[in-house]
Design a binder for this molecule. Sequence first.
Ligand code: ADP
Ligand code: MG
Length: 257
Amino acid sequence: MSKTIAITNQKGGVGKTTTSVNLGACLASLGKKVLLVDIDPQGNTTSGIGVNKADVENCIYDVLINDIHPKDATVETKIPNLSIIPATIQLAGAEIELVPTISREVRLKKSLQLVEHLYDYILIDCPPSLGILTINSLTASDSVIIPIQCEYYALEGLSQLLNTVRLVQKHLNTSLQIEGVLLTMFDARTNLGIQVIEEVKKYFQQKVYQTIIPRNVRLSEAPSHGQSIITYDPRSKGAEVYLELAKEVISLEQTTR
Ligand code: ADP
Ligand code: MG
């Protein structure tokens, strides 16, 4: 059975894209068939996995607005089992263009339904906002992964995000669940990071992944080489933890929290 997961947090810079690329690559390396969907106009997942935006024929914009079949917008990456529907800057117009269209919130869901049987996991990298693109992503998903940076104000804005999740559950997607909360960019040398972990665990309890992503310079270097961490530096701490996360995601499939 296929599972669609939105990686979302309206805060920028919390590790959504890093998690989409590297969780996707690690799930693929464990033999799962994975589709990444880049729905952030910045297209960082697209370039981060090594797809040249200038070469993109159809992107997620064409799927959402021009009714292009998602298969015709899917590009294979260099990693076996890992495909992507890329985003280009064209997507920046979609927020406005979708406003007057019929069933604008369910467009992504309807499209992805055409291809979900081809994948074990579909991971959607959301933009840093709670606009129509994020609503489309939440409506299309079985669950959400919320990355939270181990920094000051980590919990700020989360009530807004959870409120949006509840609204989508009520009106558009009753079966949407919280898949897990992922602590990112942890720095073991500071007390702050430990405090944030405690705070987030108090709030989300057993929804917090046991895997915590530390700050790792190799993780921040990999995107500029158009590579995931498992090809850029398979022996790095970053590769180790994202592989651990992928295993945790798979194992939680068999149990219910
Ligand atoms: P978002 O998609 O939420 O905006 P990104 O994944 O793009 O966040 O991360 C923001 C920045 O932090 C990027 O430059 C990225 O390379 C860097 N980064 C993300 N996770 C880590 C990490 N664990 N260690 C070091 N740098 C990281
Ligand atoms: Mg991003």
